[in-house]
Write a protein that binds this ligand. Structure first.
Ligand code: ZN
Length: 289
């Protein structure tokens, strides 16, 4: 992501993986492919490949830093997690990116997971002597109580991949006392608070940062690609409740359209952050300069 400032905070990101990912039809099962191509041809050129028609997606961890604290939002896929092939990314790019921030694991004060999908909580823990340990030993990890409970129940019902994710990247932090299970509208600290945005997952939250009269909202997987601004009804193939996800997305767009609020989606390619503008009956995406 192209770094930017919100009041006293520097905002940047650590990239785990970027590049082509899926066609619009695979990513958004209800999408009309011709409409998708029309939107892609009208929109910014850095978000898809015109030759293959494949959308671009980045996987990144956001770093919010001030003199007071260092906060991470979402922690990508991680290492030693034995994920299925698509998510089995090499660990080194993320570790190198973390190094380039000039950070040590001990310096992270707060970690927020927008939700507990495979690509949002992986670096929460690392395997140390056969045990899952907090990667950031001094951090307070914030996860929504609804989200934690949902994946706990899925795990109890034998859902294999969710079971592994919850067991290796969420549960150990509750057991070690590092995790704070919070309500979906919780205040994280003076400048950070959560916004309930259920649908993609039942406990999905966005994270609002306010400082110096400015505002940014980290939206996790509320949307996966800029074409969803024009078609808020297109939910991703990963949404637990696609209809609720679509309603939440439209409501969110209405609440931020034509304001100065900077929107920071997890999966948008460089420069990543932008603003939402109203456009006819829907919206359009505008990357920050
Ligand atoms: Zn995601």
């Amino acid at each position: 992501m192209k770094p930017f400032k919100i009041g006293e905070y520097e905002v940047s990101s650590i990239i785990e993986r970027e590049g082509p990912i899926r066609t619009p039809k695979v990513m958004f099962p209800t999408a009309d492919p011709r409409r998708a191509e029309e939107l892609l041809r009208e929109g910014p050129s850095n978000v898809w490949s015109p030759t293959s028609g494949i959308l671009f997606n980045t996987y990144q961890t956001f770093v919010i830093r001030s003199a007071k604290r260092t906060v991470l939002i979402d922690t990508c896929v991680g290492e030693n997690k034995a994920r299925p092939p698509h998510f089995n990314y090499p660990k080194q790019p993320w570790l190198d990116g973390f190094d380039r921030q000039g950070l040590r694991f001990e310096q992270v004060d707060v970690v927020v997971n927008t939700h507990l999908h495979v690509d949002h909580c992986g670096w929460n823990t690392r395997l140390v002597n056969g045990r899952w340990m907090p990667t950031f030993p001094k951090a307070r990890y914030c996860m929504s109580d609804v989200e934690f409970g949902y994946w706990r129940d899925q795990t109890a019902q034998g859902w294999e991949l969710p079971g592994r994710i919850w067991t290796d990247s969420a549960l150990p932090l509750v057991e070690s006392g590092h995790a704070h299970l919070v309500t979906m509208d919780a205040r994280v600290d003076d400048d950070l608070s959560l916004i309930p945005t259920p649908g993609h997952t039942p406990g999905h939250v966005c994270v609002r940062l306010r400082s110096g009269g400015l505002e940014a909202i980290f939206i996790g997987d509320l949307m996966h690609h800029p074409i969803q601004c024009a078609e808020p009804g297109w939910s991703s193939c990963f949404c637990v409740d696609p209809q609720l996800a679509a309603a939440t997305r439209r409501h969110f767009f209405e609440s931020v359209a034509d304001t100065s609020t900077v929107i920071v989606p997890e999966h948008f390619p460089y420069p990543t952050a932008g603003r939402i503008r109203s456009h006819g009956a829907a919206f359009r995406w505008e990357f920050l300069d």
